[in-house]
Write a protein that binds this ligand. Structure first.
Ligand SMILES: NC(=O)c1ccc[n+]([C@@H]2O[C@H](COP(=O)([O-])OP(=O)(O)OC[C@H]3O[C@@H](n4cnc5c(N)ncnc54)[C@H](OP(=O)(O)O)[C@@H]3O)[C@@H](O)[C@H]2O)c1
Length: 244
């Protein structure tokens, strides 16, 4: 059990990668506080605590931290996995949509860090941020998403330095294209889903999408004491996409 006696918050737990992270953490013995926006979480287990809400709202994040303090006393691990994908040519993106992308991927992560770092025990803790390959390389039509995910990487690096004296580690997993429901449904909306899938796969050195579980494996590694001397690092889980 790699997370025995560990309490963990997983954001964006109601779908895709967050669901896989929750399942890996549960298997490894963690006690879980889960959050997402939808009211009910069908995949939550009886021992999990699920609190729905919008992480763009500071009042919700502060309340979530209070709930964590009441329920667990302290929180050892925080996985910042929630996020919003948005595709649009830069000049066609409305300012409100741009702000929503930056809030949902970056400023909400800042809010969770701010309210949860005081809950980490004296011995230290671990934050794992789920960024994206697009936080490391630019791509047309995803400029604001890239900016937000790149910002998340720098948020993590800065926090890693700021909190290193408290043994609070902050690391990043940068997934490539991952077979989560949102990606699968975007493929299905194409006129020829299979041809589109093959085209997307052909851009990846390993020639396939990641599974949510493969991303969760890396989150687990960075959350656990196996990575005890790693902080401020970015781990691409992208089939070689950013190795070009
Ligand atoms: N899938 C990929 O190919 C891929 C690639 C690179 C990076 N990523 C990143 O990996 C993370 C997970 O991706 P995914 O594909 O599993 O995404 P997903 O299926 O769209 O799930 C996103 C999760 O974030 C939650 N969420 C979004 N905005 C929120 C907000 N303002 N407040 C609270 N919760 C919020 C959603 O809650 P509800 O569903 O309940 O609304 C959901 O649980 C995201 O950060 C994404 O950007 C994904």
């Amino acid at each position: 059990m790699r997370l025995e006696n560990v309490t963990a918050l997983v954001t964006g737990a109601s779908s895709g990668i967050g669901e896989a992270v929750s399942s890996h953490f549960r298997r490894e013995g963690a006690r879980l506080l889960l959050t997402g926006r939808r009211e009910h979480l069908d995949t939550a287990q009886p021992d999990d605590v699920y609190v729905p809400g919008d992480l763009n709202e500071e009042a919700f994040v502060a309340g979530l931290a209070e709930r964590a303090a009441e329920t667990f006393g302290s929180v050892d691990v925080v996985v910042l996995n929630h996020g919003l994908q948005a595709s649009s040519p830069l000049t066609e993106m409305a300012y409100d949509d741009a702000k929503n992308v930056l809030h949902s991927n970056l400023l909400s992560a800042f809010l969770v860090m701010k309210h949860f770092v005081p809950l980490m025990p004296e011995a230290g803790g671990s934050f794992v941020c789920v960024s994206s390959r697009l936080g490391m390389v630019g791509t047309p039509g995803e400029v604001l998403y890239s900016a937000a995910k790149g910002g998340l990487i720098m948020l993590a690096k800065g926090a890693a330095i700021e909190w290193a004296p408290r043994n609070i580690r902050v690391n990043v997993v940068a997934p490539g294209l991952t077979a989560t429901p949102i990606i699968e449904s975007s493929f299905q909306r194409r006129p020829d889903p299979e041809a589109y899938r093959r085209q997307r796969e052909s851009t990846i050195p390993l020639q396939r999408l990641a599974s949510p579980e493969e991303v969760a494996d890396s989150v687990l590694f960075l959350a656990s004491s196996e990575s005890s001397y790693i902080t401020g690092a970015v781990l691409p889980v992208d089939g070689g996409y950013t190795a070009f």
